[in-house]
Design a binder for this molecule. Structure first.
Ligand SMILES: C[S@@+](CC[C@H](N)C(=O)[O-])C[C@H]1O[C@@H](n2cnc3c(N)ncnc32)[C@H](O)[C@@H]1O
Length: 243
């Protein structure tokens, strides 16, 4: 996918932070999804549903778009206006307490939101893994700390983020936090390449939160932070292996 193909949807109204479409583009490029025709995808913490739209268009899959702060009604209206109302189901549930069918999703995608709710050890295994199919894939892109500043978020980011600084963790820390399970094949975390472009798009937006971020970009955001990419591949069952 190419971010430029979706320019008409990216605006100060649909963006809630650094351009989520750039982050999604890098994840799709690095880990292309291989889906079956009836696969279902969860976009967790989807915000205004910009990424849900693109996931639906790029994969053709049915998408559940879950967010806590943006209502299902509001997102449902937007999906209908964008012509994807039949393909995307809006949901408004806390990621800590989801009510989907078990082993429903082939892929879980989460952009710029996982750090709000998933920063404790065992969260992934307990709260999300049950909803994923065997051989499923998880793609996450979130703001975090560069590896060299691991553990120093509160000291380095306080003037920008205040009490929310603790949410920023390094690729190394996220790998530890995701942890292990007998259903997980591999976990990869890395510092993403799209940092500058995603931030430039956001800082140019006419949005009061972007204005605040602009004041801290050169002194805090650029020197200490990055986007953390997280890939989790689940194990196949014996049946998956024989197809
Ligand atoms: C910065 S916004 C990003 C939204 C969107 N993914 C994007 O990149 O534009 C963070 C989102 O995380 C969601 N979020 C925070 N805590 C959540 C939770 N416990 N369960 C589900 N979503 C949550 C919020 O509702 C919010 O829309």
């Amino acid at each position: 996918m190419k971010t430029d193909d979706y320019k008409e949807y990216i605006s100060a109204e649909t963006m809630m932070g650094p351009n989520s479409v750039r982050i999604l583009e890098e994840l799709f490029h690095k880990y292309p999804l291989q889906l079956h025709p009836d696969d279902v995808i969860l976009d967790l913490g989807c915000g205004t549903g910009l990424t849900s739209l693109i996931i639906a268009k790029e994969t053709g899959a049915r998408v559940f778009a879950d967010d806590l702060w943006v209502s299902a009604e509001e997102n449902g209206k937007r999906f209908a206006e964008w012509g994807v109302g039949e393909q995307i189901t809006p949901v408004c549930e806390d990621a800590n307490d989801l009510h989907f069918e078990k082993k429903q999703f082939r892929a879980l995608i989460s952009i710029d939101s996982y750090h709000y709710f998933a920063g404790s050890k065992g969260f992934f295994q307990e709260k999300l893994l049950p909803f994923l199919k065997d051989n499923g894939v998880v793609l996450i892109g979130i703001p975090g700390l560069k590896d060299e500043y691991t553990g120093r978020a509160e000291e380095l980011l306080f003037n920008w983020l205040g009490d929310e600084s603790y949410m920023f963790k390094s690729p190394k820390q996220w790998k530890e936090l995701i942890g292990r399970s007998d259903r997980i094949e591999s976990v990869k975390t890395w510092e993403m390449d799209c940092f500058r472009q995603a931030w430039d798009d956001w800082l140019a937006a006419d949005n009061k939160f972007a204005l605040g971020d602009r004041q801290h970009f050169e002194t805090i955001i650029k020197p200490y932070t990055c986007f953390v990419g997280i890939y989790i591949g689940l194990k196949k069952t014996k049946r998956d292996c024989c197809y």
